[in-house]
Design a protein around this ligand. Structure first.
Ligand SMILES: [Zn+2]
Length: 80
């Protein structure tokens, strides 16, 4: 039964592969939504390690918050 299910999953994946949302490459079984290389290349900030980060400074006095951060840098035309 397990083998039949795996064959069905592989055939379905061959016809309708899961594609990376960033580059469109077919994903491996262990990957979800984004290819491992694309995930590695994402422009992560380290704002979660700094309470007085750039985003917090921009929002001080405008919104009430305890902590704020951005996980990724945004660049026009990039994968994010
Ligand atoms: Zn990708």
């Amino acid at each position: 039964m397990l083998l039949a299910k795996q064959c069905y999953t592989d055939l379905f994946g061959l016809l309708f592969p899961n594609l990376c949302n960033a580059c469109g490459v077919a994903l491996y079984r262990s990957e979800h939504l984004i290819f491992t290389k694309c995930l590695y290349d994402l422009p992560f900030t380290d704002y979660h390690q700094h309470a007085e980060n750039r985003v917090a400074k921009q929002l001080w006095g405008r919104l009430p918050f305890n902590a704020v951060m951005a996980m990724l840098y945004f660049r026009k035309g990039a994968k994010v």
